[in-house]
Design a binder for this molecule. Sequence first.
Ligand SMILES: Cc1cc2nc3c(=O)[nH]c(=O)nc-3n(C[C@H](O)[C@H](O)[C@H](O)COP(=O)(O)OP(=O)(O)OC[C@H]3O[C@@H](n4cnc5c(N)ncnc54)[C@H](O)[C@@H]3O)c2cc1C
Length: 454
Amino acid sequence: MTRPRILVVGAGFAGVECVRRLERKLSPGEADITLVTPFAYQLYLPLLPQVASGVLTPQSIALSLRRSEKYRTRIIPGGAIGVDLKAKVCVIRMITDKIVNERYDYIVLTPGSVTRTFDIPGLTEHAFGMKTLAEAAYIRDHVISQLDLADASQDPAERAARLQFVVVGGGYAGTETAACLQRLTHAAVKRYPRLDPGLIKWHLIDIAPRLMPELGEKLGRSAQEVLRRRGIEVSLGVSIEKAGPEEVTFTDGRVIPTRTLIWTAGVVASPLIATLGAETVKGRLAVTPEMCLPGSDGVFALGDAAAVPDLAKGDGAVCPPTAQHAMRQGRRAADNIIAALRNQPMQPYVHKDLGLVVDLGGKDAVSKPLGVELHGLPAQVVARGYHWGALRTNVAKTRVMTNWLLNAVAGDDFVRTGFQARKPAKLKDFEFTDAYLTPEQVREHVEQTLPRPA
Ligand SMILES: Cc1cc2nc3c(=O)[nH]c(=O)nc-3n(C[C@H](O)[C@H](O)[C@H](O)COP(=O)(O)OP(=O)(O)OC[C@H]3O[C@@H](n4cnc5c(N)ncnc54)[C@H](O)[C@@H]3O)c2cc1C
């Protein structure tokens, strides 16, 4: 008899937690586990701004998928580009570009999210995202190269433009990005004696009236105060009218000469979800509290890609797209698959939010663990302690701690690697959003390529 095939799509917080739990709780004879992932690591996204600012090396937040005592999952190096729910087939583009079909009995969809963009002229052509390791490494090189080029330029207008930086998005990702990168340029400029530090200007803008509304008014104001003290100009109720290669126009009419526009104004579910042709809630796959897709046998979806009802909150709320929920949903989904395999009842996902931590670099942070409002050093201890504890492997914990200590003692060398220089660096180049099939193309592909029953 063949074993049931469990296919997990995406090796992020939700997918890896699910796989690890399945490996621990299922005997090898009970099911085959396969993981589809374009990368050989799980990215610890909340520490991405620290990679961009050089506090951490990229490798320290890229956690190996193969370092685990019970590791036995088959890994397919590629990305899913469509799912045919009827045929129970996932269409995968391997990293070699070869397209293959993978059959499953149970599929766990955890492809996460991509940067949300709007129909703003020039945005996708000129903005950088902060969602992948490559983007963080690219932005770091880009920011340092602006200092190098400004230093070398004889043209005062060019020098001023290269030293202005715009971050859009006042959620935790954008706020942390602006705060950490401002610390980078503030420290780096000391190595450029010919540059006037007063020319360096960071802008953080958001269309909302407050920064990080989920933190509450007091902590949001406290974060804003830290940014203002550091010289970051925070503009609320403002967005981008248009973006060009050498300037950005704000909706309040200001035109900012700049070569750096970082766009972190929210996320949307991975385009993979649209290939299913199933019901969605604001782009996320609509699932039951057990994280099952209604009407489709053996389909689970969780993490940023799914609208999982938030039973702890009630009132029809869905879980926000956070790592905290994704990890816990991963474990619950694994338990539910095991229950399904053993003909036992599934359990709904219920988790009360533990709060939020926001690292603004150095001794600055704001956090709200279990509703307690903290700022300054105590908040930073909680923020770093939380992330450190959440890193999955001891090797990753050691790498991150060593990086933090080294950075605190020796600072940064502001080295520009040039690895990605002259390569396309638009949002779609890093997030591969145009790689997916339409639901019709998926069906057509599967019909043409699957062997027909004799
Ligand atoms: C800068 C930043 C800071 C953040 N800070 C925090 C924080 O402090 N606290 C917090 O709780 N949350 C934070 N988040 C949000 C958090 O990282 C996400 O909510 C979480 O990663 C979602 O987990 P996931 O498993 O759904 O997706 P992810 O962790 O994003 O994993 C998705 C995985 O699927 C892979 N994938 C994508 N498409 C495909 C495909 N077609 N086929 C196969 N694989 C695919 C991706 O490569 C990735 O490995 C932050 C996010 C960002 C960007």
